[in-house]
Structure formats: C-alpha cells, structure tokens
Design a protein around this ligand. Structure first.
Ligand code: 13P
Length: 239
C-alpha cells in the first residue's frame, strides 16, 4: 500500500520554548501523510503548518466537563485526526472499550479521522492471549460503527511502548495480518490502514519499513527530536 502514514505522538512532552525550533525543522516536511499530535495546548502552534491530530477527546460535544476537549472543539480549530484508545489512556485513566467506542462515535460525527490504538500487555502476551485481546478491543471499540473509512488502526504492543523492545518483524507481520482478518470480517472490502507503534526509532525504521503488512508508524519518543523524526519520515515517505 502506498501513502504510508507517519504519526508523531508527543504525549505530555516539550514546552513552549521548544516549539519554534521544532516547527522550524519539521516545516521542511511537505506531506499530508505526516501528522503531528502535540500536547493539546500547543495545537494552535501547529495548525496550518502540519497535519494535526489531538491525543485525546471527550465523548460529548460540549458541557460541564472541566478539563476536557470535545471533538467538535478540536475540529473547529483545524484538527483533522484524533488518537483514541491509547494504552496510556486505557491504563492510567482506566478508559474502557465502552468509553472508547463513544469517543470514536462522537469523533466521526464531527469529521475527525480516528487513530484507534490497540495492543496487548506483556502479561496478556505471555498468557498467549494477544489475539483474543486484540479481537475484543476491535469488536467492542467499533460497536455500531457502520463504516471504517475514517478510521486508522494502530497496533501498539504495550510492552514495546517506550521500552526500546520491538517485536520481531515476523511477529509484527503476523499480528497485523490477524488484525486485518478481524477488520475484514466486520467491514468487507475496506482499505483500512494498519500502523505499527512501539519504540520506533531512526535505528530500526529501515527494517520495520520493510514489513509489507504495515501501512505506517505511530512514533512516540523518537518524534520529540525533530532531526530523528525527519529521518524516519525520509525512510518511510522518501522525503
Ligand atoms: P514510543 O515510540 O516512545 O515507544 O511510543 C509509542 C507510542 O505510544 C505512540 O503512541
């Protein structure tokens, strides 16, 4: 599949002083398939300079939900993508598949493209439950959703996130093929993109980029350094 996506997830990193330098460097990228998801308060710095995603949203359009941001508000600022179901949200903020499903519905209703993260923990992997966990996450998160056209799947094994440990390429390819069979059953004739995320760096990107089942990457730590992120983009998008 051409048009691989390269998505940067800054999480809760960088500060206002870092942003000019960061933006200066990444302004060289002129590719709509490169999407930056900064910490929410920095989104306005990125609008009109890159494709922008928000790292999280709430499941309603407006109301008394102190501290939350709605898909409608994000869209009104020029945000086009949203990350939903990241393992850090599932783990630290106890987000359930039911809440994730509501967030997806509200995001799609507001014309945001959803990056749905799924992945197994180390414990689940060791108990040989990876397939079962991924299937449950997919089916529950996509409950009552009619079309997958505006959804991207990001497979991020929890044990690979921020650890420097990356699954071997054959297991990434077989897990992503498995995810595709589940999605194909739910949405026949789809062309959904399935990305890999978890300790992607400039050092391993050449190898990872050879896995034909992978349609792009979700990059955390390595996206904080603009030079390293540019190298990753160069390998994946040839830019
Ligand atoms: P790292 O690239 O830092 O492992 O993070 C991956 C991730 O969680 C992206 O959403």
């Amino acid at each position: 599949m051409k048009d691989k996506l390269i998505i940067a997830n800054h999480k809760m990193n960088l500060n206002a002083d870092d942003l000019n330098k960061y933006l200066d460097k990444i302004s060289k990228i002129n590719n709509k398939n490169v999407i930056i998801c900064p910490t929410s308060i920095y989104i306005p710095y990125f609008i009109n300079k890159t494709q922008v995603g928000i790292q999280n949203v709430y499941c309603y359009s407006k109301g008394s939900y102190t501290g939350e941001i709605s898909p409608m508000q994000a869209k009104s600022l020029g945000v086009n993508y949203v990350i939903v179901g990241h393992s850090e949200r599932r783990c630290y903020f106890e987000e359930s598949d039911i809440l994730i499903n509501k967030k997806i519905v509200e995001s799609l209703n507001n014309n945001l493209k959803v990056i749905l993260c799924i992945g197994e923990t180390l414990e689940q992997k060791n108990m040989l439950k990876t397939d079962q966990v991924l299937k449950r996450q997919i089916i529950n998160s996509l409950n009552n959703i009619n079309s997958i056209d505006n959804i991207i799947i990001a497979y991020e094994p929890v044990w690979a996130i921020g650890t420097g440990i990356v699954p071997d390429t054959s297991s990434i390819s077989s897990t992503i093929s498995y995810i595709r069979t589940i999605i194909d059953k739910l949405f026949p004739n789809n062309s959904v993109k399935i990305l890999y995320g978890g300790s992607v760096t400039e050092k391993n990107i050449v190898e990872l980029n050879k896995i034909k089942e992978v349609n792009g990457f979700l990059v955390g730590g390595a996206s904080l350094n603009p030079d390293e992120f540019l190298k990753i983009v160069e390998v994946v998008a040839g830019q």
